[in-house]
Design a binder for this molecule. Structure first.
Ligand SMILES: [Zn+2]
Length: 175
């Protein structure tokens, strides 16, 4: 399957008109191409995390549009919001899985930095509203480390007693 528009057959252009590389399209050369990156869709990594949490008995809302960033997992009982972030689109800092764009570098760099800043603003807003915000990164869900990360996520979510509005626990280590 290709999203590339094909020129209809029989319309050979003699001009050497070359379409500019389109910055809005996802670069096929980047590592994360196969990872869906669009917030609000059920991507593989989101499904993975949700399935795990559900199997552990947690109940949640998904892609809740009432909150900044449309969080992937919202656990009202635990006052916890979980974002499951692709390392490319959310510009995971110091991440080995994050590969730099190979073309349109300036465009992508600016865009990804904006994404990261937007994430930070949204997370700060959620924390101000009394939510604990946890980010699970795509690279943390690589096969070799996945199990450990998911177990830790469960502990992070359930670390504090349920239903304590206004209590923000920032003492839970992220590493
Ligand atoms: Zn990463």
């Amino acid at each position: 399957m290709s999203n590339q528009p094909h020129a209809p057959s029989g319309t050979k252009h003699t001009t050497r008109h070359r379409r500019p590389t389109h910055p809005d399209r996802y670069e096929r050369g980047t590592r994360s191409y196969t990872m869906s990156h669009i917030r609000g869709k059920d991507t593989t990594i989101e499904v993975l995390v949700r399935k795990y949490l559900f199997a552990r008995g947690l109940r949640f809302r998904k892609n809740d549009k009432r909150y900044p960033g449309h969080p992937d997992v919202v656990l009202p009982k635990w006052h916890t919001i979980v974002f499951i972030n692709g390392c490319f689109w959310h510009a995971h800092q110091h991440c080995e899985a994050f590969s730099r764009p190979k073309s349109n570098v300036e465009f992508w760099t600016a865009k990804l930095l904006r994404n990261r800043e937007r994430d930070e603003r949204q997370h700060a807003q959620l924390v101000a509203d009394g939510w604990r915000v946890i980010v699970v990164w795509e690279c943390e869900l690589a096969k070799t480390v996945r199990e450990e990360r998911l177990a830790k996520l469960y502990r992070q979510i359930t670390a504090t007693p349920a239903r304590q509005p206004g209590v923000i626990d920032d003492t839970i280590p992220t590493e």
